[in-house]
Structure formats: C-alpha cells, structure tokens
Ligand binder design. Structure first.
Ligand SMILES: [Zn+2]
Length: 421
C-alpha cells in the first residue's frame, strides 16, 4: 500500500516512556509504505537491533496486525531465503461514512485496504433534514458494525464526513449550505441511536473533501506524486490539496472551498448567499439544469446517483445534442476554474472526482487543454489531469483510512480503546 498522508518520521522513537508503542507503529508504517520486508531489512531501515525487531514483530503478529509472508531472497544471495513480514490486519477495520446531498454511504476497509463492507443509500438529505438523515446514517452504520463484527472483524474507528464545515471537538457540522444545515450535532445523536448496550468505536467528524483527498493522495503517492490538487463535482464543488506530501487545511481547517470562487460571469445565486460562485457553473445542479427539464427521471434524488447519471451518459453517447451541449458548458467552466487553481497551487497532478469522473471521457481533454493554454508558465512543465480511480467512493475510503490512522501510531493503545468483538 502506498504512503499515507502525514506519515510520521521514520526514525525510531527514543523517548523511553513511549519507546515500545512508538516502535510498534514505526514497523507497521514501514510495512504499509514499503510492502513486505525481512526482519533484517526492517532492522537496517529503522536502526533498531534485530532482536528488538523480532520481539516487536512477534507482538504485532499476536495482535493480528502482521504475518509471515512469502520468502524473500536478496539479490544475488545464496542460501536460505529470508521470511518476509507483511501487513495483515484482516481482523480490524476502519469505517468511513459519507453524508452527501443525495446519498448516504458507508465502507469498511481492513488494515491492508481491502473492502469488507460497502453500501450506498439514495437519500434526499435536504428534504429529510438532520434527524431523518441521521436515521439513515444510523441504519448504515449499524449494518457496517454488525456485519464486520459477525465476520470476526473489529471496527477500530469511524469517520463521518459531510459537505461543509465540521467541528471535531463538538462532533457537529457547523455549516453545510448544500444540505441546508447549520450547527447540527452528529456524533452524540448517532451514539444515542445505538443505545448504551452497543459498544461503538471512537467516532470522528470531518469535511468530506478533506478525507476524499486523503484517499486520492494514497492512490497516487506510490507513483511518487507529492503535490496534488483534487477537485470533486457534487451538488457543490470542493476539493483538497497536498503540498510536498502534506495535506493543506489552512489555519482554521477551512481551506479549499473552491466551489465559492466568484468566477461565473452570470450572476447566478449560490446556496452560500453569494452570486456567481464556481459551483453555480459546474456543480451537479448546474449540469442537471443544463441537461434536463424538471421532472426528468435523472433528477429523482431517490434513485441512485450513479444510475441516474449513467442514463445521462447514455444520452451523450447516443449523440443527444442537449446533453452534449451541457457537457461542453461544464467542461468550459471546469477548465476555467481548474486552470486558476493550477496557477495558485502548482500541483504535479489534478484529479477530478465525483460526477466529473463519470463524464471523464467528455471533460478530461478540454480541461487538460484549458490548463495547457491558460496557465502562466507552461514552459516549466505540464500539469496532468486524471479522473479519480475511486469515482464516488473517495470520501468513504478516505474516512475509513483516516479512522485507521491511530493504529499506525499506537497499535496496542488503539486496539485497547476499541470495543472487543
Ligand atoms: Zn457560493
């Protein structure tokens, strides 16, 4: 698995009180970032004595977090091959939950990133309101916990992600204009829905685009990308930035609200209260307004979004001029905004997510052209645009990965804090 965001330093921990937990985490991160390694290689990587490595590996194996993998023979080496140690963790998982304007989704990933649970439920969230939506979240979460536990997999943490400001300290969503929510408590009411007799793992709340960017970064970091711009098309438009391998969240965690850059030449009203925001040009609502009339089946929020948009994609494929015209409008607006952001952040790679991914065959080429033509210093190197490999699952994946991060810092403590099966 490629590198995670903000991975801690690779040097052994030397503070005596935290030597062992710190070094257990160090071994785990090494195996996650670089794949299976022999004990000898781990000793060389970390500077720890081989006897210490063996003892740490035994403790991690007892926790089910690592296992003996295939034998490895050094290059040109003769004699007995070394047994590699590899990440295991099939008995633990992180859960990511996404509240979007038109669906609620959940995924559980084990420590190696394998999907062990996945669901998406169409939901008209602005119409349902907070209580109705949290009922849906509660149902999906209960299903994720029940199914993983009955398969012998222990949830270590859960991240709820929503489109807007999230306050991790209070477990609330502060503002989510596309949901019509302001200061909505999420974590406490969700816990209440389970009652005291169902033990829950730690629950965190985060901005959806920030956790989605984690998943997008993990997907490309293995190829050496360190400077990434992610732009996702939902009812709103959001995204995130990695700068030199570190996520950029700003001083107060409010960075990357790209959707509200006032670049629409038409003074279209935005749910944020301003006019001419970028998302009024290229958000999913703008696309549906260009491509369809009210009452069209593709606007029904109770039908799964991917299926609805597959119908629009089919219309484009069949040459429907209205759909193709709408895609040209979106491509032009997207190119204009992305080129501005490329000038602002100078990324190596731009990844387009959400519905932009589903229409990548119509959007990618014009957006790439806009970047090539509009950026200020094209001679210093090309910035490539690609679609997300996760399509609509970036946010839930990033949430699950975020929920698993503590185990890579303190494996024993994190497992100790999560409820037993
Ligand atoms: Zn706005």
């Amino acid at each position: 698995m490629p590198k995670q965001p903000g991975a801690a330093a690779r040097t052994p921990v030397t503070d005596r009180s935290s030597i062992r937990p710190g070094n257990l985490g160090l071994i785990l991160r090494r195996l996650r970032d670089d794949g299976p390694r022999s004990r000898t290689a781990l000793a060389a990587d970390t500077g720890l004595p081989k006897a210490t490595i063996s003892s740490l590996v035994t403790e991690l194996a007892d926790l089910g977090l690592v296992r003996e993998g295939d034998p490895q023979r050094g290059e040109g080496a003769v004699g007995r091959p070394r047994l590699a140690v590899e990440l295991d963790g099939r008995g633990v998982c992180g859960i990511g939950v996404e509240i979007n304007a038109d669906y609620v989704a959940a995924i559980a990933l084990d420590l190696r990133g394998r999907t062990v649970f996945e669901r998406r439920a169409a939901a008209d969230v602005p119409a349902l309101g907070a209580a109705g939506t949290l009922d849906v979240v509660g149902r999906l979460t209960a299903e994720a916990i029940t199914q993983t536990r009955s398969a012998g997999i222990r949830p270590l943490g859960m991240t709820i992600a929503a489109p807007g400001g999230a306050d991790p300290a209070t477990g609330s969503i502060t503002t989510a204009v596309n949901l019509g929510w302001r200061d909505v408590p999420v974590v406490a009411p969700l816990r209440e829905r389970f009652g005291a007799d169902v033990p829950l793992p730690p629950i965190a709340i985060r901005n959806d685009a920030h956790v989605a960017t984690v998943a997008e970064y993990v997907a490309v970091a293995g190829a050496g990308v360190r400077d990434l711009l992610y732009v996702t098309g939902e009812m709103g438009v959001g995204g995130g930035v990695y700068n030199g391998g570190q996520p950029y969240h700003g001083a107060r965690g409010r960075a990357c609200e790209f959707g509200h850059m006032p670049i629409n030449p038409e003074p279209v009203a935005c749910p944020c209260g301003r006019v001419g925001c970028w998302e009024t040009m290229v958000g999913l609502g703008a696309f549906l307004d260009h491509a369809t009339d009210s009452g069209d089946i593709v606007r029904d929020p109770l039908t799964d979004r991917e299926r609805r948009l597959a119908e629009l994609h089919r219309r484009a494929e069949s040459g429907d001029e209205r759909t193709l015209g709408a895609l040209r409008e979106i491509a032009a607006g997207l190119g204009r905004g992305v080129a501005l952001l490329v000038d602002a952040f100078d990324p190596e790679l731009v990844v387009l997510g959400g519905y932009f991914t589903q229409f990548a065959d119509y959007l990618l080429e014009p957006v790439q052209r806009a970047i090539d033509e509009r950026i200020l210093n094209p001679s210093t190197g090309r910035c490539e645009v690609r679609p997300s490999t996760h399509r609509y699952t970036s946010t839930v994946r990033g949430g699950a990965q975020f929920a698993l991060e503590p185990v890579f810092q303190d494996p024993v403590g994190t497992i100790g804090r999560s409820p037993a099966l």
